[in-house]
Design a protein around this ligand. Structure first.
Ligand code: NAD
Length: 291
């Protein structure tokens, strides 16, 4: 606690003694000790969701990971780097019944455990969704990209509703191509626009019961998902030269914001898209336009 005496105005009676009290609180302000986080979207050490796992667990959270079966061996390799009580259960949001199977599997291992935090870091679009002129992409890849990358937020929360703790916080990951054209991001821009609309709509439905839903719009980061985006290196280079912070963000930048959104420190924040992008989204004309 620091006490700061107030200044007296000149020529006036001294006011009664007053202090401004500044309370400096430690990590406990996060209040995440013993909370349970469902985390969907860890595929490798580079995954944004993996950094979020690290940050949430260091703030005291228990982790329950939903992993895509094709990444089973990678997840098993990562498991020793996470807290001992971390659970892993398979989920493929593109397969009927897989989401309810995830909840059954979790509840069988931890009956009646509730989720305080849900991290949705799932994204996928078939290759042709990036390579072809969007006007000529067939409806199958469009359906797949939207089902996995956007509608899965609704599916996961619909099945998860009975297992949410009071005042839960859900966080999903989006990208600025939801609102502005980014060359080569293709169909994912449509999926991210839909995802952000889901955030607003679900937040409006769950808000009266005290649950919060937000999105983090992350700047570009080299991950497995990003490796499928043509010209990604050029985007990284451009953002580094032109964002206000003059650097690319990394997984831990996103994990910090996610941990804040997961905690009561952000208790008044819902239905928002929070940009963690070094400020790039605030710019219009690039700094290097005349170079
Ligand atoms: P990543 O490849 O590590 O994560 C993507 C995850 O989606 C993987 O864990 C994968 O298993 C999961 N997934 C894909 N299809 C699935 C399915 N059918 N069922 C269940 N899970 C499935 O890459 P990442 O960059 O960490 O991506 C996480 C999220 O962040 C994605 O939504 C991505 O669009 C978003 N994002 C990434 C960036 C970036 O530049 N890396 C920027 C903004 C937003």
């Amino acid at each position: 606690m620091i006490s700061v005496p107030l200044l007296r105005p000149n020529g006036q009676e001294p006011p009664p003694p007053q202090v401004i009290t500044v309370v400096i609180m430690g990590d406990s302000i996060l209040k995440l000790d013993g909370k349970t986080a469902l985390v969907f979207g860890v595929a490798s050490e580079e995954s944004i969701a993996y950094a979020i796992c690290k940050s949430l667990s260091s703030a005291g959270c228990n982790l329950v990971l939903g992993f895509q079966p094709r990444f089973r061996s990678r997840i098993q390799q990562l498991l020793p780097t996470l807290p001992k009580n971390t659970q892993i259960h398979p989920i493929d949001v593109n397969m009927p019944d897989s989401i309810s199977d995830f909840y059954k599997s979790w509840q069988a291992e931890s009956p009646d455990q509730k989720a305080n935090i849900v991290i949705h870091a799932i994204g996928f679009a078939p290759r042709e969704a990036f390579d072809r002129n969007l006007l000529f992409v067939d409806s199958d890849p469009i359906d797949t990209a939207l089902r996995i990358s956007a509608h899965s937020l609704q599916s996961i929360l619909r099945s998860g509703l009975p297992h949410l703790a009071p005042a839960s916080s859900t966080i999903t990951l989006t990208y600025a191509a939801s609102t502005r054209h980014v060359p080569s991001y293709g169909l994912m821009s449509i999926a991210k626009a839909a995802l952000e609309a889901w955030v607003r709509e679900i937040a409006a439905r769950l808000g009266p019961d005290g649950h919060r839903v937000n999105a983090i719009s992350a700047g570009p980061i080299k991950t497995l998902a990003a490796s499928g985006i043509p010209g990604f290196e050029g985007i990284l280079d451009h953002v580094e030269r032109n964002s206000p912070l003059r650097r690319n963000i990394d997984q831990m930048d996103v994990a910090g914001a996610a941990t804040w959104l997961a905690s009561p420190l952000s208790s008044g924040v819902t239905a928002q898209v929070i940009h963690v992008d070094g400020g790039y989204s605030s710019t219009m004309v690039p700094e290097d336009v005349n170079r």
